[in-house]
Unconditional design. Structure first.
Lengths: 176, 382
């Protein structure tokens, strides 16, 4: 019933040389950095789809698994989306950062490349207000369907959450 | 006159008969949904043609709450995500904060953590076996068998941490207190009864012709499709891929322990059940090794400050939760609170594949397929 383990194993640390490989093969402008656990590749929203296609399809990269999508609100520094990818073929992991403007920034949807992006993007959309172009069904997922607030924005109050029940739309961070 | 069904010609009246698809709402309060989960099924006769899951009934704003509490306080919310295996969630949270701040964990604490996480895994899988047996039709028997063993594990967890379901036993930099004196004896006792319990359930379910016939060849999933859909954990391993974060990207002391990754053959419902069942034996093996190798020493890093402040740092830490890859994406930007903590919950991702698994199957099987995902709504809804 059990098999031997055919996949390369690694600790949760950034893979050496992976960032340079991605930058060389990407074909779009990227900025390299490193987080505590992963190599980080920063790319503009307009180049995301091209980069993701290369990451998924190039034989030396083969990032076939989208494990996570996080939105981040950096307040004065705008917002960002972080994609965490993993390759079952090569056993390496990568983080793709997409900095955007604040408000309701438009970012291309990755659903056509990674079906797993569906719910991740719906969640990021309702929590932060990202607009994923090309997503087939960008309705609220965890929040009420007619609630158009974005609770994970830093401007959104924590304590007023209960009072918002029933308010259909409103700008984030209003005072009550 | 008798006619073969395939050769029967419909009369004009029969052919003009208008059939409509019916919509069936299941949940949010329904015993088959294992929590507050709702799905709207569109059925054509007995066959499901569409499935729309609705989640969020248990959304408590975990990520917002974490941003608004300091590193020590926020931990209490995290074992309420996968509440069947709270220790695994605590483990992931603590690992994330430790990675951010560069805090080391004493060796003894790592072994204790592994034992607690594996006990939680067995606990959660018992819950699955019990509830899944009930889904398939063994009514209450499997449930009560599983409950008996879960009670023993909860007793042991309570002796160690002081609480049963939400222990908050882990700390950033170790665990809160050392094991009780008689732990080794008690743990062997519990493991003995666990092994017996697994065998009982194995005989009750795997040995049951009706159970096997209902689950075999139902809704098989290929490895490629599972990866594309973001499915991890026992469901991915059931497709034949031995991928487990404990082996693929080892954390804690898992790289020193000897255990196998059980896999399935075709990714159907029976394989998912069988992988979980086999995993429980492996977890028991891991705990026994830990008991044997348990080093002496401190259980909490003594150099920790009273209030933890973390400068700019970012990490994505993943551990093998009971349902799959439990990931924590953490960002610190100075101060005593995490700037952002995102939970990548395995149940959430596995559930997003439900539609594809259910469509084309019978309505009665939809319940089994949902049961085979082993979702915990606390984790789906955050």
């Amino acid at each position: 019933m059990t098999q031997t383990y055919p996949y390369p194993t690694g600790q949760q640390t950034a893979a050496a040389g992976l960032g340079e490989l991605v930058a060389r093969l990407a074909g779009v402008e990227t900025t390299l950095a490193e987080t505590t656990t992963d190599v980080d590749v920063r790319v503009a929203p307009s180049a995301l789809l091209a980069l993701a296609t290369t990451l998924r399809d190039h034989a030396d990269l083969r990032f076939d698994f989208l494990r996570n999508v996080s939105g981040v609100d950096y307040e004065a520094d705008g917002m960002a989306l972080k994609y965490h990818l993993y390759s079952f073929t090569h056993g390496h992991a990568l983080q793709v950062s997409v900095p955007t403007a604040a408000g309701h920034p438009h970012v291309p949807s990755l659903v056509s490349l990674y079906p797993a992006a569906d719910w991740f993007e719906r969640e990021a959309s309702e929590m932060f207000g990202f607009q994923f172009d090309g997503h087939p069904n960008l309705r609220n997922l965890l929040l009420e369907e007619d609630l158009h607030i974005h609770p994970l924005l830093k401007a959104h109050p924590l304590q007023a959450a209960e009072l918002l029940q029933g308010i259909e739309s409103g700008p984030p961070g209003f005072t009550i | 006159m008798t006619v073969w069904p395939e050769e029967r010609v419909l009369t004009a009246e029969e052919a003009s008969f208008n059939t409509v698809d019916m919509t069936i709402n299941i949940g949010p309060q329904h015993p088959a949904t294992h929590g507050v989960f709702r799905m709207v099924l569109t059925v054509d006769g007995e066959v499901v043609v569409d499935c729309e899951p609705y989640i969020g009934y248990l959304h408590r704003g975990l990520e917002k709450l974490t941003e608004n509490n300091d590193y020590r306080q926020a931990m209490g919310y995290w074992d309420r995500t996968d509440y069947l295996a709270g220790m695994c969630c605590e483990g992931a949270y603590c690992m994330a904060v430790e990675k951010l701040a560069g805090i080391s964990v004493p060796e003894r604490a790592e072994y204790i953590r592994v034992m607690m996480m594996e006990l939680s895994r067995i606990n959660s899988h018992f819950m699955f076996l019990g509830a899944f047996g009930a889904d398939v039709g063994s009514f209450g028997t499997s449930f009560v068998y599983a409950w008996r063993e879960r009670e023993r594990i909860y007793d042991l967890i309570e002796e160690v941490s002081g609480d049963r379901m939400f222990p908050t036993y882990f700390r950033v930099g170790g665990v809160t207190m050392d094991l009780p004196e008689n732990f080794e004896r008690r743990c062997h006792e519990v493991l003995g009864s666990i092994r017996q319990g697994i065998e009982d359930l194995d005989g009750l379910l795997t040995g049951n012709e009706i159970f096997v016939e209902r689950c075999r060849n139902l809704s098989p999933l290929t490895t490629e499709r599972a990866i594309a859909l973001g499915v991890t954990g026992p469901i991915l391993r059931a497709t034949g891929l031995p991928w487990d974060v404990r082996k693929a990207e080892p954390y804690s002391v898992y790289d020193r322990l000897d255990f196998d990754i059980p896999t399935g053959r075709q990714g159907d419902i029976f394989d998912r059940y069988f992988v979980r069942l086999s995993e429980m034996y492996q977890s028991a093996r891991i705990i026994e090794q830990c008991l044997q190798e348990l080093p002496k020493g401190l259980v909490l890093n003594p150099g920790l400050p009273k209030t933890l402040r973390i400068d700019k740092s970012e990490c994505y830490v993943r551990n093998e939760g009971t349902k799959g890859e439990y990931g924590v994406h953490a960002i610190a930007r100075g101060g005593v609170k995490p700037y952002r903590m995102k939970l990548r919950s395995p149940s959430f991702c596995n559930l997003s594949a439900l539609r594809e698994m259910v469509v084309g199957n019978y309505l009665a099987d939809a319940i089994i397929i949902l049961g085979s995902l082993d979702i915990v709504l606390g984790e789906v809804d955050k």
